[in-house]
Write a protein that binds this ligand. Structure first.
Ligand code: SF4
Length: 387
């Protein structure tokens, strides 16, 4: 399908220009109703005035104009339910605020930090967890905020992994983004960089040859993107991901489990298997955070575990992500998984443990002759110099 057909009169050159896409993002009821038959619930959602609304023409062209349950439409157009409170709603649902030693830096772990460079996005996802920032409450991240963040990372040699995020860093031009990434790469103790962006999903033309080549020069740098539904797996999105991978930039994808949008094993198996064929590794499946205004999109905790159980044995292990819950008290992520152990759990008992396979059959795993797991060579390998 030529997505441009839904925007008659637009030239191919404009369509492929990411700046044109940002300038022409659909932002309100009048613009959106030219493309989709808005429901009363959507109209009331658009009138709420909470998290900003913006949809790139590219992403808007993926929306089903007639069906309000379309998962692209549901991610992009607010519903009235965004205005309703749900039990446990939080403004800062993953407890980032007490862990911001600099405005651009969130640090919950000793060895890694989140580095925020912008408060804006090409599309404002209705499930956004950082909506206190992407909602515009804080204002933009200027050069001073970025410099303060860089100084913080320079001064903390224990930080080895930096995740550049926002907002979406790829709303910045190469001239603004690359100096930040280069500044981080120049810090000797920073070993790994990650760039968190939805651009391959909502603005794939942003991933130019020049950008992919520049990111390759900053290796090891991983692009972490965020596909949620097979409807987003277009030829354009594939080309953007493959441009990165072909240049040697690894791409990972995290999805958010969204009730009624992608909350079945059928949808997620399709999504994860296709991403894998693009050489994009499904990395996390996130349980919805307790962000205020997103209660209608959250699933019960057991739903994700049940889906993982259905995926096991049905799709390649490479295509099965970790199911992650970011804890609301700011103490970080944990992962959930189905319990495949039989009675007695992994501690086993006399003679071994019963494990349960994906067909529900019990298989015996016997205890080894010894339970001593110390590695004698550690003392040699990790001698005085290797700590
Ligand atoms: S791209 Fe990320 S930061 Fe931006 S609105 Fe979507 S989830 Fe939030």
């Amino acid at each position: 399908m030529d997505l441009r057909e839904r925007f008659p009169g637009v030239t191919e050159a404009d369509w492929q220009d990411w700046r044109w896409q940002l300038r022409h993002a659909l932002r309100g009821e009048a613009e959106l109703e030219r493309l989709v038959a808005l429901t009363p619930e959507e109209r009331r959602g658009l009138a709420l005035g909470g998290l900003r609304t913006a949809v790139t023409p590219y992403y808007a062209a993926l929306m089903d104009p007639a069906h309000p349950a379309c998962p692209v439409r549901r991610q992009a157009i607010p519903l009235e339910a965004e205005g309703l409170a749900s039990p446990g709603d939080l403004r800062d649902p993953t407890g980032e605020e007490p862990h911001r030693p600099a405005r651009a830096v969130v640090r919950k772990y000793p060895d890694r930090v989140l580095f925020l460079v912008t408060d804006t996005c090409p599309v404002y996802c209705r499930h956004c967890t950082r909506r206190r920032i992407t909602g515009g409450e804080e204002g933009a991240f200027d050069r001073a905020a970025v410099e303060e963040g860089l100084a913080y990372v320079r001064a903390h040699p224990e930080v080895r992994d930096v995740i550049v995020s926002g907002g979406d860093p790829l709303v910045l031009s190469d001239d603004r983004l690359l100096p930040v990434l280069e500044g981080l790469r120049a810090i000797p103790h920073v070993r790994v960089l990650r760039l968190a962006t939805r651009a391959p999903v909502v603005l794939p033309m942003r991933v130019t040859e020049a950008l992919a080549a520049a990111l390759r020069r900053l290796a090891p740098l991983f692009v972490v993107t965020h596909f949620n539904h097979p409807k987003e797996l277009t030829a354009e999105a594939r080309a953007a991901c493959e441009r990165l991978v072909d240049h040697g930039v690894p791409v990972e994808s995290q999805a958010v489990l969204l009730r009624g949008l992608n909350s079945t094993a059928r949808v997620l198996a399709d999504l994860f298997e296709t991403l894998l064929t693009w050489r994009v590794r499904p990395y996390y499946l996130h349980q919805g955070d307790l962000a205020a205004g997103t209660g209608h999109l959250r699933t019960p905790l057991g739903a994700g575990v049940a889906i993982l159980r259905q995926l096991r044995g049905r799709v390649s292990g490479l295509a099965i992500p970790h199911l992650a819950v970011d804890l609301p008290d700011g103490s970080g992520k944990i992962t959930l998984a189905p319990d495949y152990t039989g009675r007695g759990g992994l501690e086993g008992g006399a003679g071994g443990t019963w494990l349960v396979n994906h067909r529900g059959e019990r298989v015996r795993y016997p205890d080894p002759p010894s339970a001593d797991c110390r590695c004698e060579y550690d003392a040699v390998w990790y001698g005085a110099d290797r700590g």
